[in-house]
Design a protein. Structure first.
Length: 273
């Protein structure tokens, strides 16, 4: 199983991210931000998309997913919701086709008193229909503080959406800090809809905060989770999302730990490479 990375977890500089990524052995990338965290796909500086297309077309990189940050809002924020459904999501889908990326990652709306799951399901289904028109798949990421925070609740929403190309971007660290035993409970809940996996670690800080940590320093049972991912093979690659500063140094250390973890998981499960 190949390991990819979100490019801005190496560097926000486009050229530096892919140059250093190649040195680290990466070829598969998820695309999120360049230059600064305010410029998130599809709203990048001029020339960035053309350069990405060039790198894809010449085989330097493969784009596994793009994540525009849609639906990290409350479902009753109607003006922003309309903008995301009518402008941002269609533009993102167009770019995904140009970059040969099969997956759009979205969130599942931040919790809002008085708004039930039915509205969330309706809006994600609407987004799924838009993405489906471009023959792409939509992966809902579990996020703390959202309707889709744990694996179980994300699975409930995606099951209710009931579209074959709408699934889940599984983030075990986000599930842990949302109060769920990500592995095995969360994983078993989301497994039928699993499209993409983010690898990072985190720990809950009472009463309602969390800290991102290096792999193995947080709450996720990554050895157990990795054994199941290698055994079940629900996806063809995994995506590192370091989320610890300094980024490059932390990414290198996470990568070192992951290689050990992969080997240990294979040995324990008698899983061939």
């Amino acid at each position: 199983m190949e390991l990819g990375i979100i490019s801005d977890e190496i560097s926000l500089d486009l050229e530096e991210a892919f140059r250093l990524g190649e040195e680290l052995g990466f070829r598969k990338y998820e695309i999120r931000c360049f230059d600064d965290y305010e410029h998130r796909i599809p709203n990048l500086f001029p020339g960035r998309i053309d350069r990405l297309k060039e790198l894809v077309d010449n085989g330097t990189i493969e784009v596994t997913a793009i994540t525009p940050g849609t639906f990290k809002i409350k479902p009753d924020e109607t003006d922003q919701l309309r903008k995301e459904l009518e402008e941002i999501l269609p533009r993102t889908c167009e770019l995904a086709r140009e970059l040969k990326a099969p997956t759009i990652i979205t969130f599942g709306f931040m919790s809002s008193p008085g708004v039930g799951n039915e509205e969330v399901v309706r809006r994600i289904r609407e987004a799924g229909q838009i993405v489906g028109e471009f023959q792409l798949q939509l992966a809902v990421e579990n996020e703390p503080g959202s309707y889709c925070d744990t694996g179980a609740r994300t699975a409930d929403v995606v099951k209710a959406v009931d579209l074959p190309h709408v699934g889940i971007n599984w983030d075990p660290a986000n599930a842990e800090v949302s109060g769920e035993a990500a592995y095995p409970l969360g994983y078993e809940a989301i497994k039928p809809w699993l499209l993409n996996v983010h690898i990072k670690d985190a720990i809950h800080v009472p009463p309602d905060q969390w800290e991102n940590r290096l792999i193995g320093d947080g709450a996720v049972n990554w050895l157990g989770q990795m054994r199941s991912l290698l055994r079940d093979k629900p996806v063809r690659h995994l995506t590192l999302e370091t989320h610890v500063f300094p980024l490059l140094q932390s990414t290198k250390e996470d990568l070192r730990r992951l290689r050990i973890l992969f080997e240990h998981a294979r040995q324990l499960g008698n899983i061939p490479e």
